[in-house]
Design a protein around this ligand. Structure first.
Ligand code: KG4
Ligand code: ZN
Length: 353
């Protein structure tokens, strides 16, 4: 079963063709450069860029899959992210998916962007590697620019959200810290590099929010505010001199919080198999921390096997859609499919019951 998947939830226009867990073709057009000077995603620009690019991204995917009748002739189903994400951006992908499904008489599957990130650790290349099988249940983490979630991944397409951020996401916190220091957008990669140069050391010990709370929720806005006031009091030359120490300490506060809450979730659920997805898990230092945590509990941790699968991509949407198709979770009335900017995994779970 071949699926053409589309994701336009934020600032990447991505289209993929997948078959089961295998990715036959995946193209990502990133708008990051466009949004750089705003220090975050600028909605009107994102919408226009998606509209301008979507057809050529579909064409680029098709080129890699030679089929005499064109790519749409060879696929069985169209899948699209219907939320969560930026409304004006989601709309573009949904509109295109509906158009294609109708024109070529294909079934349509709506995928929650978060379930895409959860499945990203199980995506295979076109050769079917890596081969690792599913061994439910897992504790799944999504750590991205828009989300910080701990999810009980019970079985295919069956989730229970155990904790999530009540304000900023982990990646968003990194992006905001980088913006305050004039380091550009996105902040995660540059903070990773500078922190490594500083030895990934915690020089300033910024506050770790919510560690005392009993639940598994996160909050990063207090840390961001503490950081803001801390650097506001520094002279600009001192700030520049200490930039590596500053970002390294900030990164440590974010990551220590994520690991602390994950450990709490392991203790509460007794589950020691982790899957971690989302843009922030591109960070090798965070991967190391997760590996150490899994080892401490004699468990395992899985990450997206290829770098492009950490950030937003349509391949993970296609793979999640495959498991939805197995459960016959097709959109019953494609004309009515609409974006749900605040779609949660709970909504999704109800639909799958
Ligand atoms: O998953 P993603 O591409 O988009 C969302 O769904 O949000 O995640 C983007 C986030 C940004 O906040 C970016 O700064 C962060 O992932 N990120 C990183 C790294 N690469 C990207 N954070 C830490 N270290 C990295 N190497
Ligand atoms: Zn994402």
């Amino acid at each position: 079963m071949k699926i053409l998947a589309i994701d336009t939830s934020a600032d990447e226009t991505s289209v993929a063709v997948t078959e089961g867990r295998r990715v036959l073709s995946n193209v990502i057009y990133s708008q990051a450069l466009l949004h750089k000077k705003w220090g975050g995603i600028y909605p009107a620009l994102a919408k226009r860029a998606h509209e301008e690019r979507i057809d050529s991204v579909i064409q680029a995917v098709s080129k890699k899959l030679v089929h005499p009748m064109g790519v749409l002739a060879s696929i069985d189903t169209v899948a699209v992210t219907n939320g969560p994400g930026l409304a004006v951006a989601l709309e573009v992908g949904i509109g295109k998916a509906k158009e294609l499904a109708q024109k070529y008489k294909k079934k349509l599957i709506a995928v929650n962007h978060l379930e895409g990130h959860i499945y990203s650790s199980f995506v295979q290349n076109s050769q079917g590697n890596p081969k690792k099988e599913f061994e439910f249940p897992y504790l799944a983490l999504v750590i991205s620019g828009g989300h910080t979630e701990i999810v009980l991944f019970k079985n295919h397409v069956t989730y229970q959200v155990l904790g999530e951020t009540i304000d900023d996401a982990a990646g968003e916190a990194l992006d905001k810290a980088a913006k305050l220091l004039g380091l550009g957008y996105p902040g995660g990669p540059v903070i990773e590099r500078l922190s490594k140069e500083a030895g990934n050391f915690d020089f300033y010990h910024f506050p770790r929010p919510m560690l005392k709370s009993k639940d598994l929720n996160f909050s990063f806005s207090g840390l961001k505010t503490a950081f803001y006031y801390f650097i506001k009091d520094l002279k600009s030359e001192e700030k520049n001199k200490k930039i590596k120490e500053l970002v390294s300490s900030f990164q440590e506060a974010v990551f220590a919080t994520v690991i602390f809450k994950t450990e709490k979730a392991i203790k509460q659920t007794g589950i020691n198999k982790l899957v971690v997805g989302g843009g922030v898990i591109a960070n090798l230092y965070l991967r190391k921390k997760f590996r150490a945590l899994a080892k401490k509990y004699k468990g395992d941790v899985y990450f997206p096997p290829y770098q492009y699968l950490t950030g937003d991509n349509a391949a993970m949407i296609g793979v999640a859609a495959y498991y939805k198709a197995q459960k016959k979770l097709f959109v019953s009335d494609p004309a009515k499919l609409d974006r749900v900017p605040r779609l949660s995994l709970v909504d999704n779970e109800l639909k799958s019951l």
